[in-house]
Structure formats: C-alpha cells, structure tokens
Design a protein around this ligand. Structure first.
Ligand code: NAD
Length: 386
C-alpha cells in the first residue's frame, strides 16, 4: 500500500493530526491497520471498532491494541456487543469519525457528540447520511469517500468482485465453471462479481430494478430477468444491492436442491435469513460459515449468516484496491482536519483533485506514465468552434 506511505511521508514533518482524536468503525483487516497506523504516525490518537460483528481479524485487533490504539472489537460479537463497541468509540470523544456503513455516524448523532467532521467508506453508509441530510438532521460535514472514482470503480468493482467469489470458493470449495450464478444488482459491486464469475466459466444472470443498469448488464453479455424467474434455475445467488428482502420466502421455495446463498452488500438484510432461521430452527453446520437449511425438503446453503461473504469468509479486498480507498480516506481526514471550520453540515463528494492525485500515485507505484494535453490540444479543448 505504497500510495498511503507516500501520503504519510508528505505530511510526516507537519504531523497535521497531532492532538486530534479519531474514531474509526471499519472492517478490521490488515489493510485497515495500515490506515490506522498512518493516522497515528501523523499524530492522531485513535479508537477503533468493527464495521461488522463477524469480520474482525482478532490478530490485527490485538496488534493495533499493542500499538496503543483503543480497540473495541473481536470476531463474533453479538448484536448488543457490536453496538456497545461502537458506543465505546463515541465515548472516546473523537473529533473526526471514519465509518463504513453509517453505524458510527448514527451513534454519534444519537449521543449528540461534538464532531468536527467525518468520512464514509461505503454506498450503504452514504445513502444513510444523505437521508439524514435531506431531513436536515446531519450534524457535521461528511466526505463520501465512496464517491471517489478511485474508490468505487476499483474497490467496489474489482476488489469486491474478486473477494466475494474468493469467499464463496473458500467456504464451499465449489467449482465455479459451469454453474448458474444469479447476481442481484448491477451496480459497482454487482458488475465486478458478474464479470469475475463469467470469467471463471459460470453462466451469469443479473436481476435489477434500474432499467438502465439492466440494459447495461444485457449489453455486457449477461442474461437479465426477474428474481422470481431466476430463483428456480440458480446454483449460486449473490446479492449486491444494498436493499432489504431481495431474496425471500417465495424465492427460497422455488430454488433447486443445493442452492447456495451469499451476500456481498453491506448489511445482512438482502437475503431474508430471518425466514430461514425461523422456519428451520436448527440449521446444520455443513462447513465453517456454511449453514444448511431444509426448505420444503430441499437443502439450501446460507453463507456467513447472510453477512458480507468477502470479509467474513475470506480476507476482504486486496491491499492494491484498499490502498486506493484508504488513500482517499487519509486525504479526506487531512482535508477535514484543515478545513472543518469552512465546511457545512452536508455530504461532500471527494474533491476531483484529490481523486486525480490518488490515481496518479497509483499509476506511479505501477511505474505507468500517461500523456498530458499538448498546448494545441488544450487550445482545441477550450475553443468554441471545434
Ligand atoms: P450501487 O448503488 O452502485 O448498486 C446497487 C444496485 O442494486 C443498483 O444498480 C440498484 O438499482 C440495484 N438494486 C437495488 N435494489 C434491487 C433489487 N431489489 N433487485 C435487484 N437490484 C437492485 O451500489 P454498490 O456500490 O454496488 O454497493 C452495493 C452494496 O455493496 C452496498 O450495500 C455497499 O455498501 C456494499 N459494498 C460492499 C463491499 C464489500 O466489501 N462487501 C464493498 C463495496 C460496497
């Protein structure tokens, strides 16, 4: 993650986060430890909790604790413990909060915490913050890191596309080639998952509610249909929508014996796991992270209790893409530390100059040079006559 290293070395001397308390709510992976240690290196005091009860890597949490970070997280938290860990980060009195999903922002708002500004990593979290903004309840400025092209085009698409398939393969050991895979949602995550699955030889069907994205999926070479029709023929279902109740009772009842259900979206609401748990009281543990339910005499396999498969069953997104996401996070935190007094309580996109800087650093780290406009091309671009 040399891009993050470059940002640190640029700011090391000034230590712009000295004296600031930061609160992080992120999936606790080795990549997250790089972001947290970077904030510490630039002078911040840091508290950290997990953005999902099942995704923390305990060895990373223990490492960060030994480095002086206030860590409130372990793998396998109950819902109550998860919420308490978030409240512990709020009680740390952070000035800047960095969240993945919006639970920490919500807790800060509920507690009336005094926050200078925040950042948000993922699509679902940004949606929650925009809802707060539109009801005039957003209490501090937030930079939507997900809005950066260097975030969603790479982390959501290539990162989550690959790591979701990786999680499913590690957990089930199924052969992807020849399978009928149904991808629900053709946003950035869905596009990535569908492309990787197709590349590995699966026949991929996409379901959508957005007509333009459905058309895009069709022209990208995928079958497109309603989930009610796809339910009967899928071998593996992967939800990537950020919506609730996408796969539910009427779909489970139609599914083939042996169908596998996985979710890549932020919250565990896309597959109606509550129906499965209430109708099949004692699911069988088929393998670690794989529960077998009996629905109408047919076996259905739910992965990671319907929670993010790439982070619970595998290592999450690779360092190459997380370097892009976390470079945006670090620059956004620095931006807030410097400019919060001039910012309003609203959701900001990542400034384009910051986005470009991250891309340029990433290209440089890959030893790739690109062209720039010649003076003639610049004049041509600015001329009105063409
Ligand atoms: P997006 O908004 O780009 O795409 C979501 C798509 O789902 C949209 O095209 C939307 O029309 C479609 N959709 C909504 N409801 C649907 C339904 N009922 N049926 C079918 N399609 C439906 O969002 P994204 O960036 O692709 O993110 C999707 C989810 O993944 C979010 O929850 C996001 O927070 C999460 N995410 C997870 C990871 C990870 O590491 N697992 C990484 C990035 C994002």
């Amino acid at each position: 993650m040399s891009i993050v290293g470059k940002i640190i070395s640029e700011h090391m001397r000034a230590r712009p986060l000295a004296g600031l308390r930061l609160g992080f709510c992120l999936h606790i992976t080795k990549e997250t430890s790089v972001l947290v240690m970077s904030a510490k290196a630039l002078g911040a005091k840091v508290a950290l909790c997990s953005a999902n009860p099942l995704s923390a890597h305990d060895e990373v949490a223990a490492f960060l604790y030994r480095q002086g970070v206030s860590v409130f997280a372990w793998r396998g938290e109950s819902k109550k413990e998860y919420e308490k860990c978030i409240r512990d980060v709020v009680d740390f009195k952070p000035a800047i909060v960095t969240d993945d999903g919006g639970d920490l922002h919500t807790a800060c708002h509920n507690a009336g915490a005094k926050i200078l500004g925040g950042t948000e990593e993922t699509t679902s979290g940004v949606k929650r913050l925009l809802a707060l903004q539109s009801s005039s309840r957003l209490a501090y400025p937030v930079i939507a890191v997900n809005s950066a092209r260097t975030k969603h085009l790479f982390d959501n698409r290539y990162g989550t596309g690959q790591s979701t398939i990786d999680g499913i393969m590690r957990a089930t050991s199924v052969l992807v080639a020849g399978k009928q895979i149904v991808v629900c949602g053709y946003g950035w995550v869905g596009k990535g998952v569908a492309a990787r699955a197709m590349g590995m030889g699966a026949s991929v069907t996409v379901t959508e509610i957005d007509p333009v994205r459905a058309l895009e999926a069709r022209m990208d070479g995928f079958a497109v249909t309603k989930i009610a029709d796809a339910a009967a023929h899928g071998d593996i279902f992967i939800t990537c929508t950020g919506q609730t109740g996408v796969i539910r009772k009427e779909h489970f009842l139609k599914m083939k014996d042996g169908a596998i259900l996985a979710n890549a979206g932020h919250f565990d609401v896309e597959i109606d796991a509550a129906y499965l748990y209430s109708n099949c009281k004692r699911p069988k543990d088929a393998r670690p992270g794989v529960e077998q339910f009996n629905v109408n005499g047919k076996k259905l396999y739910l992965l990671s209790k319907g929670r993010v498969a790439n982070l619970v069953l595998a290592d999450g997104n690779s360092p190459e893409v997380m370097a892009l996401s976390f470079a945006n996070q670090l620059l956004s935190i620095l931006h807030i530390a410097k400019n919060h007094a001039k910012m309003e309580a609203k959701v900001y996109d990542v400034p384009p100059a910051m986005d470009d800087k991250v891309a340029r650093y990433a290209l440089a780290s890959m030893d790739i040079g690109i062209d720039s406009l010649t003076p003639e091309q610049r004049r041509y671009e600015n001329s009105t006559l063409g």
